[in-house]
Design a protein around this ligand. Sequence first.
Ligand SMILES: NC(=O)c1ccc[n+]([C@@H]2O[C@H](COP(=O)([O-])OP(=O)(O)OC[C@H]3O[C@@H](n4cnc5c(N)ncnc54)[C@H](OP(=O)(O)O)[C@@H]3O)[C@@H](O)[C@H]2O)c1
Length: 274
Amino acid sequence: MGPVFDVAGVSIPKLGLGTFNMDGDVAIKAVSEGLKGGYRHVDTAEMYGNEVAVGKGIAASGLTRGDVFVTTKVWHDHLDDAAMQNAAEGSLKRLGLDYVDLYLIHWPSRDVPVAEAVAALGKVHRRGLARAVGISNFPVKLIEQAVAASEVELAVNQVEYHPFFDQSAVLSAVRRHGMGLTAYCPLARGKILNDDTITGIAEKHGVTPAAVTLAWLIGQDGVLAIPKSSSPERLMENLKALDVTLTDTERAAIDALRSPAGRLIDPEFAPDWD
Ligand SMILES: NC(=O)c1ccc[n+]([C@@H]2O[C@H](COP(=O)([O-])OP(=O)(O)OC[C@H]3O[C@@H](n4cnc5c(N)ncnc54)[C@H](OP(=O)(O)O)[C@@H]3O)[C@@H](O)[C@H]2O)c1
């Protein structure tokens, strides 16, 4: 299972399995094989449309419920209280679970104030539908608003983070509040494969560029990562990150690749970024 991040009463495996852009048999197989192969943390969302398949994959893994950490997310048009309670119940029904381990606001909304959305999130927690709650795609200003308004401890902010994108402002903010940063697009959707610094370090360690990148991420204080692969072979390659120890010099070389311009995900409904 590897290292965990303890926060808000839960213990989250730092390396998880992302599931965006896969569904049906591919998703069932990736999740079940991934869990059989050693993953203990799965990330989905109501927007991915794959919660039924993810739930089937978890069931097919044969693991007991308490051994798998399951995250799902509420879409930004369901952030008022009635819509969020309904969305959380729908996600559980599709997943075939009584609770999720972590429930995240997928994106902030320009229509529902942060305080109102976070109050609804607190109710999802109070009702026992989620063991912990958190946020995703929140820039620093909105992190501060969410933390100030929340009656429950927020576990993580899930944001884009990979070697080419500077997230130091968000990282400092979440650390200040004792939260984790879950890195999405941790492999920069495959771009890390073409980087000479990363491939050079990978060759030295005899592992893949993906394993090096993931080791660089989860080696950082409070950083978790949820790489996605539809291939059971690549899922296992990515899990090898748990066996990689980078030197300070190697870490610094990867740190130096970051840029404020490295963002890949920027939909029209995104908040004003830092
Ligand atoms: N909160 C949000 O708004 C948000 C946004 C985006 C993503 N996410 C979450 O974060 C997860 C990860 O992000 P992502 O899927 O966008 O990007 P990613 O994990 O950076 O990259 C996934 C891509 O890399 C390929 N890949 C995976 N392992 C590989 C390896 N070892 N060697 C070569 N290629 C490899 C995959 O292809 P194959 O499938 O063919 O292996 C896929 O095309 C998502 O699945 C989702 O759960 C959250």
